[in-house]
Design a protein around this ligand. Structure first.
Ligand code: GLU
Length: 506
């Protein structure tokens, strides 16, 4: 088995938006597949028709496209092991249900929900297992003839897995080591329901892992409790040789306190738990997405990659290629990883810095267009270059930089009060003349000429510069003054100064 091809899968159930923990699971599978030149399969586990939510599958696919997590085969990608949607594999599962029944590894049960409920009332902590199955209505107690007759009469039934009591089941987990569980705590799980002619998650999951030649099952910790049953199922089918290796990833913990990160934490603290905005077709509710909130996909990937794993040194900024090289599934932590949205914001800021100003300008251009501003790309790049170090999100550039593109029509009252002195009109009028006479409007020349003039006039540099800023920006913010005037150009600078001189009243 040593040279077995690495094949992993991400197998969501389309029950709604993809939780950010699911994104981390898919990412780890992706990194693992890529670093072993293996395959990543996208399988849809939709055997629970009651929980099916329309649109969820497309949403999940769009999320991964946005994040740059690519699949090699599966739903919408094709491949040799399809179909990859479990609802399209009904006939395959039936064959395996029959194998378990024929080999006495499973049995048929007719107990109605009412009968089961009555048993629960009668026996505290009732569990359908080796000790109780003898008191129930199933093929073991009824015998073959009666069972066949009930089926022929059209009675609905389920197929249950016959778990042998008091057996230690060992799950070999790459992250957690050997996890031992005694079979007494397991119930005879339902593997198939005649009512919808579909298997349950447990059967479909392991039949597909086997048939799709999955070598490693990398999934969230919440599935660890299913693993012993899965081990038993592999054994029941005599597939032990092809049993995948398990790796159960650490939980994502709430930002504070105990328990796992929930959508409510995000709502309460104002951050998204879904990659993309999600419109719930059932409730009509809209939930925030990382994309719509302005997070860069590679920043989010980097942030998620370090929730439960780190490269063992201080390096925090890792590109997808570096992650593929360095990721080590055996070094994932067992303990839950605390979710800290501030860290994600930090990554976003760092990725804005890492990217070229041109790349950021592409996004900022869209925001400018939304505000009705149409500028040449080069000028947008210039502004981005000047200002990108000051923001955590590209969209923050608008508030910070709109004055580059739109002249102020109002002047911030507080700044006027503080910065516009009774001599400001006189100084700004002189400065306007000085600037108007400049042939060389470069940053350096403006600065040299203006500073010399201030010195000769014995003006206070702060006074002049603050008032000058107010005329061009409309308030007290912005980068270096001559960067602003040089960007605006002589004509626009003069226009703005004139307008301010006329309209600022104190
Ligand atoms: N369908 C399960 C889910 O929704 C798959 C769990 C597994 O990876 O085995 O995550």
């Amino acid at each position: 088995m040593a040279d077995r091809r690495v094949r992993v899968r991400f197998a969501p159930s389309p029950t709604g938006a993809l939780h950010i923990g699911g994104v981390r699971t898919a990412l780890y599978n992706y990194l693992f597949a890529r670093q072993h030149n293996g395959d990543l399969v996208f399988r849809i586990e939709d055997t629970d028709s009651h929980r099916f939510v329309p649109g969820a599958e497309d949403y999940i696919l769009e999320s991964f496209k946005w994040l740059g997590i690519g699949f090699d085969e599966g739903v919408s990608f094709g491949g040799n092991f399809g179909p990859y949607r479990q609802s399209e594999r009904k006939d395959i599962y039936k064959k395996y249900v029959k194998i378990l029944l024929d080999t006495d590894k499973a049995y048929i049960a007719f107990d109605t929900p009412e009968e089961l409920e009555a048993k629960r009332q009668e026996i505290p902590n009732f569990q359908y297992d080796a000790t109780t199955r003898t008191q129930m209505r199933n093929s073991l107690t009824l015998g073959k003839g009666a069972t066949d007759e009930l089926i022929a009469q059209g009675n609905q039934f389920v197929v249950r897995f016959k778990i042998e009591p008091n057996e230690d089941i060992v799950v070999h987990d790459i992250i957690r080591g050997d996890v031992t569980i005694n079979s007494n705590i397991l119930d005879d799980k339902v593997l198939y329901k005649s009512a919808d002619n579909l298997p349950t998650y447990h059967l479909a999951n392991i039949v597909d892992d086997h048939l799709m030649e999955i070598s490693h099952v990398i999934r969230g910790e919440e599935w660890l409790s299913s693993a012993p049953l899965h081990v038993l199922l592999y054994r029941a089918f005599n597939w032990e040789d092809s049993m995948p290796k398990f790796a159960h990833l650490p939980l994502l913990l709430k930002p504070e306190g105990k328990g796992k990160l929930s959508k409510r934490d995000g709502d309460r603290l104002g951050f998204p738990v879904f990659p993309l905005e999600w419109h719930d077709p059932k409730t009509g509710e809209t939930s925030m997405g990382y994309r719509e909130c302005g997070y860069l996909p590679d920043a989010l990937v980097n942030f998620l990659a370090l929730l439960g794993w780190n490269p063992g040194d201080d390096q925090e900024l890792l590109s997808m290629d570096e992650l593929i090289k360095k990721f080590d599934i055996s070094h994932c932590s067992k303990a839950g990883a605390r979710f800290d949205i501030k860290k994600c914001v930090w990554f976003n800021h760092e990725y804005i810095l890492l990217k070229s100003s041109k790349e950021i300008a592409c996004d900022f251009e869209q925001i400018l267009i939304q505000h009705g501003v149409h500028e040449t790309f080069d000028r947008i790049v210039t502004v981005v270059e000047m200002m990108k170090s000051r923001v955590d999100f590209v969209k923050e550039l608008w508030d910070l930089c709109s004055f580059f593109f739109v002249a102020p029509i109002e002047y911030d009252a507080k700044t006027v009060k503080k910065r516009w002195k009774d001599y400001s009109v006189k100084q700004m009028t002189e400065l306007k003349v000085l600037i108007n006479d400049l042939d060389d409007f470069s940053i350096e020349n403006q600065e040299a000429v203006v500073m010399k003039w201030i010195e000769e006039k014995e003006y206070n540099t702060g006074d002049v510069m603050n008032a000058f800023r107010l005329t061009l920006v409309g308030e007290g913010k912005g980068p270096h003054m001559f960067d602003i005037s040089a960007f605006l150009g002589k004509k626009e600078t003069i226009n703005r100064m004139e307008r301010a001189i006329e309209s600022i009243k104190i």
